[in-house]
Design a protein around this ligand. Structure first.
Ligand code: UT7
Length: 329
């Protein structure tokens, strides 16, 4: 019998309908469309005015179930990546399973910030490859606006809200996840962090007054590590799998900054046409960026295409996944 691989058999995204443009932000903080566009590539982002991360995840998952003709009762496992869970506990995966009627599934949340989706995809794939499960859903979702400080122009212009979900199923044609390299370095935690609300700094009047429940980022420091490591790990997974530039059909990069994406593509020797980019319309949706890219580009993907997914984020966390696309849509 051929080896079982974990193939993506469907993808669905969800973004809220409310748009926050660069011009809108310029009315709130001291910034400009010109600064945001040239420094990041972002033109606008979506914001969820009502509801929680699970509400976006439910929309993505319901769409995915419909599209793949799947009964929610057939789902075995949900792995959900987020840094903006509905609650500290129970997990958003639990809430999602309930709301979407996946009553036979168990699930858990995984925190790896912007690398959340590749961590979750690699984890979910193990349960398929071992033969244990037949249907695993991997979700990347973040309601970043719930932890953004709209008095801090260095962070509030970057992030947006969104969700994406993929279905993983066994494949015996050698399609799906081929390899992954995942890394972390906790010494980077000070540069990108939500300082309060956890056990280190439980909520108090002081933590609220000091605005410590919001995202804090030292952009320059994060940029320095991101631009090197995302490019390096992407080149490393190519070398490890004997892939030349011409063998790679698509780079699916985390959408944090167009300059980081360009540096990664350059390092891999890929032309722009092979790089998925949607940062201009969604900004950085943290765990949502990669499945939202796959969703936006799904129609252009062909069975057998070689994709490299790559990300860098808070933690620090980073890594890359090599997968072969499994269907024509
Ligand atoms: O997704 C998770 C991982 N995160 C990332 O990968 C983000 C990595 N970092 C970045 O993408 C970039 O560092 C940023 C986009 C966050 C910032 O760009 P930068 O080119 O590194 O700018 P900077 O932080 O060095 O700031 C340059 C100047 C500063 O002014 P001075 O000190 O030169 O007078 C900032 O105060 O730009 C100023 N600035 C702004 N100006 C207008 C910072 N934010 C803004 C703003 N509008 N929104």
């Amino acid at each position: 019998m051929n080896k079982i691989t974990a193939a993506i058999t469907g993808v669905q995204g969800f973004v809220p309908e409310d748009v926050l443009s660069n011009a809108d932000l310029a009315k709130i903080v001291d910034t400009s469309d010109e600064w945001i566009t040239t420094r990041t590539g972002i033109k606008e982002r979506r914001i969820l005015k009502n509801g929680a991360s699970s509400d976006m995840a439910v929309k993505a998952v319901e769409g995915l179930l419909k599209k793949t003709n799947t009964d929610p009762m057939d789902i075995d496992l949900v792995v959900l990546a987020t840094v903006t869970p509905d609650y500290p506990f129970p997990s958003t995966a639990n809430v999602l399973c309930d709301k979407a009627g996946m009553k036979n599934a168990w699930g858990f949340d995984l925190i790896a910030a912007c690398s959340g989706f590749i961590y979750a995809l690699s984890t979910g794939a193990q349960f398929i490859e071992t033969g244990k499960y037949k249907k695993v859903i991997v979700v990347g979702v973040d309601k970043m606006t719930s932890i953004l400080d709209y008095q801090d122009r260095t962070t509030c212009v970057i992030f947006g809200d969104g969700a994406g979900a993929v279905m993983l199923e066994p494949n015996q044609e050698g399609l799906g996840v081929q390899d992954f390299i995942l890394r972390s370095d906790g010494s980077g935690r000070e540069y990108l962090v939500q300082p309060a609300g956890g056990s280190a700094n439980p909520p108090s009047i002081q933590t609220v007054e000091q605005r410590l429940h919001f995202v804090k980022q030292e952009g320059k420091q994060v940029f320095k590590f991101a631009v090197i490591n995302m490019a390096e790990v992407s080149a490393e997974i190519m070398e490890k799998n004997n892939l030349k530039s011409e063998d790679v059909d698509w780079l699916v990069p985390h959408q944090a900054n167009l300059r980081i994406i360009d540096a990664t593509a350059d390092r891999m020797g890929l032309p722009k046409e092979k790089v998925m980019i949607n940062i201009e319309k969604y900004g950085n949706t943290t765990a949502g960026t990669l499945p939202l890219c796959l969703w936006d580009y799904e129609k252009q993907l062909k069975k057998g295409d070689n994709l490299i997914l790559s990300a860098f984020g808070g933690g620090f966390t980073w890594g890359a996944v090599y997968l072969k696309w499994a269907y024509n849509s």
